[in-house]
Each structure stands twice: as C-alpha cells, then as structure tokens.
Design a protein around this ligand. Structure first.
Ligand code: NOJ
Ligand code: CA
Length: 535
C-alpha cells in the first residue's frame, strides 16, 4: 500500500475499538466512566495495537437511552467531561496515532432537545417540521400500525397540538423528519463542527432508518424468522429502509472529503439482506464502512461463518471495505454469544475476525475475553430493554458493565468505595492487570494477533479465498496468509499445505499424514506455501 492510499483510506485493514465511555474508567469518583478515563488509558490502546476508537455517545442527553437521546449535538455530556476534555482527548489520541470517531444520532433527538421543545409549542412552530407529525388514523387512534423498539405503537399523542408524533424508539426519542431540508442543513453543520475539532469521523446510529415512507403506509407482517427479522411480527418496510437515505450519505461523504485528511463514515446499517448492505457503500461515494449484522448473528460454525463471508464479499462493490465485528452494546459480547465463555472458542473467533480482509472492530473487553454479565433486574439501567419484554435478546446492560482492569471489587474501574453504575462481572482472572503479565493470556494472544495482522495483511481489503475441507474446518487464504480453524469439538485433519506457522490459538500445530491435525476449536495462522505466494 502506498502512503497516499494509507492516508486516504486509513481504515483499510485497521482495527477500530468501540469504547463504551461510561464503563471504561471513572476518574472523578461518580461511578461513571468519563473522557478523563479515556485519555488515561490511551497508552493501553496503543499498546494493544488499535488504530482508532469509536466513543459511544458523548453528547448531552437525559439518558433515557444512555446518550442515544441527544439534547445538544454540539456539546459534551457533563457526566463525561467538557468540550475541553474532548479537544484534549482528540489531541492526545492524535499524538499516539489513534483516530477518534464519535457516535452521531441523526434518526431522532431527545424530546428535551430545543428543536422538539419548540416543535411542540404550536403547529406553526419554526421546528415543527423537524419531526414527523400526523393526524389520527381514520377510526381515531394512531395514524398507522408502526411499532417502536419496545413493541408499543411508534406514535405518541400530543394533546396540546392535537397530533401524533413518531418515535421508532422510546417516546422520549422523537424521530426527525428527513423530508425537511432544514434538518439536512442542521446536520451538515453538526458534522462540520466536530470534523473541524479533529474527529476522524462518525459511527452513524440507525443509518438505514432516517427516512420514512412519505405516505405513512402500514408495515406488512414479518414472514422471516431469525435475529434479523422485524420485531413483534412486523416487517419494517415503511418506517425505515427508504432509498432516499443514500442521498444524505452522498452529501455527508462530500463533507468528509472536503477535509484534508480522510474522515470516515461508519454506518450502523441494520439490514439482513447483504445486497442492501452493499448499497450503503454507493459508488464509493456514500459510507466507507457499513456494519455487517448478518455476520454478527451467524452461528460459530464453519458453514455459517464461511457462508456469510462469501456472500458478503460477493455482494460488496469492488473496492469496498468489509467490516468484521461480533460484539457491541446492543447485541452482547461474542465471548458469551458465540463461545459460551470457552477460551478456545474466544481465541478462534478473534483469529477469524483479525484475518478476514477489511476493518476489524473490537468491543471493549473483547481482548481479555470479557463475557456478558447477568445484571439483575433491579440493577439494570437500560429503559429500552427493561421495558421491551420479548423485544430484545436479554438485557443490553449485560454487555455494558465496567471494563475489568484488575481483580479488585470495583475492577480498577473506579475507587473501591464507589458503587459503579453497573455491577462488575467476574473479574478474578478476566482482567487486564493479570493478563498483561501472562504471556499465555487471551490479552497477550490478542495483542500478538493484531501485531501479526498489521505486519502480514497491512491495509488489505480483498484477497480472501475459501479452501475446501472436512466438516468443522473453515480454511481460507487471506492475502499471504493461510488460516485454518476447527469449528468443532472433534479433531480435524486439514489437507492443505501451509508455509511457516505464525500463530496457533492453543497448543502447537500438529503435522500428520496428509495434512495438519487441528485439536477441537484450534486455529492456526500460517504463511501460504511458497508455491502459492502472491495468490
Ligand atoms: C442503536 C444503538 O446502538 C442503540 O443502543 C440505541 O438504543 C438505538 N440505536 C436508538 O438510538
Ligand atoms: Ca466519572
């Protein structure tokens, strides 16, 4: 990769790290992580080998949805710090070569945002059309059948002005009306405000959802099943997923491109159809990265993972950079969902994530194998999952607990006498302090893996080639590497030749007649055999 490309496409082959600020490190003893805590541990992130951090929401918010209900897009939440702290964070990260992405929430605001407060003043209010208002349906009641994220009607009645407003999430998160040009102008300014301050770009919340059907037609019943199917029996055809959203990303891409160093747009593109996912890349003129939820929800089996990877790579336009991640603050942690806490599986999953061509996104704690925490109902803080009944797979707080820095009662997240905002998980062995000094730990494995990835794959976004193999084996070439993974509980013999073995997830690579024998859940990274170098 020449340096010009590296500068302009720095996310190619990069490792991004999703950092849930409230749970990272509390430096002022209030039980919440803060920007001071992020600054304090930048050296850890450099040591680990990540290239950029995505900060979970940092803007002022009443926290009905922990920052995804923004009341001021140009500020910093007082619990987390000040705008000066943010400037300092961006500068300190920059000194270490780390880029900072902010979480941008354009689908909805908080009902406490001054735009919504104004909009509710009267039907003629200046910001009325910033939101989606509608008269009651023909028989009275909500204008249509759309449901919100908790399974109730997506419409809230506003008595003083005699209309309903739309909320695809909580009633205190009114949806913005992207048919209104002034909303576009407002967000253009918001993007520039932060880009001017030096952020490297944005993770865009609900990136598929900004536009709603102009005719407000009823959603049809859901016929599909599985984790990507519409919730509550309804297929979200009309209250999201409208094609007009692509023009917004073309505009934002132009804004990003107007800055001298490359700025990144990474979408939370919650779509089950990979051909629709591909559309968010546009003709290399929309988002540069789009999260791949079919991959997140694939089972940890060779056919499922290799199938989604093949379909993804076949669907994305040439030159598009795939994104591989498996944990986040909504879907939970892969060491639990995929691995049931089994360290062999955790290492194998990390190996796959790190060797697929594209961008890898780690969630804080993935690198030490942090698992979900069974947060009791009375300690849960997430109104959406508490109120949603069957709407979410368990509670979302399970994956938002404090980063486990050490084995103390408060995990080194906050002072011993302070109660963290969410309880600490099982940190006896799963913590940074003990793993950092243990060459056999998951943390040291992950760090070594990221370093090999950087050295061997660099900025690679293509060059994947699946290899056939016996059941349980997922084998592929990725650039100059051959990766072998045994996704089964029985030994498998891999028939393919490999060059020098660079890393094994567990134990040594065992040569056998006819190939290499992989122990249950063992993975191996090797160089390609000489004859196939450069394929
Ligand atoms: C997706 C975010 O990741 C989630 O946490 C939030 O509740 C919804 N969008 C609404 O903003
Ligand atoms: Ca704090």
């Amino acid at each position: 990769m020449n340096s010009n490309v590296a500068q302009h496409r720095w996310w190619h082959g990069a490792v991004l790290y999703q950092l849930y600020v409230r749970s990272w490190l509390d430096t002022n003893g209030d039980g919440y992580g803060d920007l001071g805590g992020v600054i304090d541990r930048l050296d850890y992130l450099s040591w680990l080998g990540v290239d950029g951090i995505w900060l979970s929401p940092t803007m002022p918010s009443p926290d009905d949805d922990w920052g995804y209900d923004v009341s001021d897009y140009l500020g910093v939440h007082p619990d987390l710090g000040t705008i000066d702290d943010m400037d300092r964070l961006i500068a300190e990260a920059g000194k270490r070569g780390l880029r900072v992405l902010l979480d941008l929430v354009p689908n909805h605001t908080s009902s406490a945002h001054p735009w919504f407060v104004d909009a509710t003043g009267s039907r003629g209010a200046g910001h009325r059309d910033f939101y989606v208002w509608a008269d009651p349906g023909p028989g009275g009641g909500p204008p249509n059948n759309w449901l919100d994220a908790t399974g109730g009607s997506a419409w809230a009645w506003h008595e003083p002005t005699g209309q309903y407003y739309l909320h695809n999430f909580l009633a205190s998160q009114p949806d913005l009306n992207w048919w209104e040009p002034a909303v576009h102008a407002a967000f253009d300014e918001i993007l520039r405000f932060w880009l001017d301050r030096g952020v490297a770009g944005f993770r865009i919340d609900v990136a598929h959802g900004l536009y709603k059907d102009a005719k407000l037609r009823d959603n049809p019943p859901e016929t599909a099943t599985g984790p990507m199917a519409g919730k509550f029996g309804q297929k979200p055809v009309y209250n999201a997923n409208q094609p007009e959203v692509h023009a917004v990303y073309r505009d934002w891409r132009r804004i990003a491109a107007s800055y001298p160093d490359a700025r990144l747009l990474l979408g939370e593109t919650w779509v089950g159809d990979l051909s629709l996912l591909a559309r968010f890349y546009g003709d290399d003129d929309e988002l540069q990265l789009a999260f791949n939820f079919p991959f997140v929800f694939a089972a940890l089996t060779a056919p499922d993972l290799s199938g989604v990877v093949a379909e993804t790579l076949a669907s994305l336009p040439a030159g598009a950079c795939p994104v591989w991640t498996a944990s986040n603050h909504d879907v939970g942690r892969f060491p639990s969902r995929w691995c049931g806490g089994d360290e062999r599986k955790i290492r194998l999953a990390l190996l796959a994530l790190a060797t697929l061509p594209g961008t890898m996104v780690l969630y804080y704690g993935d690198e030490i194998g942090m698992t979900d925490v069974d947060v009791p109902l009375e300690l849960q803080q997430d109104a959406m999952s508490r109120g949603a009944g069957n709407g979410w797979r368990g509670n979302r707080d399970r994956a938002r607990t404090p980063m486990q820095w050490d084995s103390a009662a408060t995990a080194g997240f906050t002072a011993e006498q302070v109660t963290p905002w969410l309880p600490v998980g099982d940190n006896a062995a799963v913590n940074v302090a003990s793993q950092r000094d243990d060459p056999g730990s998951v943390l040291r494995f992950c760090r070594g893996l990221l370093s090999l990835r950087q050295a061997e794959l660099g900025g690679q976004i293509a060059g994947y080639q699946a290899l056939p193999g016996p059941p349980g084996l997922w084998a592929y070439r990725s650039g100059s590497l051959t990766v072998l993974g045994n996704f089964s509980g029985r030994p498998v013999v891999c028939p393919h030749p490999v060059g020098a073995v660079l890393l094994s997830t567990i134990g040594p690579a065992q040569p056998a007649a006819g190939g290499i024998t992989l122990a249950p859940w063992q993975g191996i990274m090797a160089r390609n055999p000489d004859a196939e170098l450069g394929d």
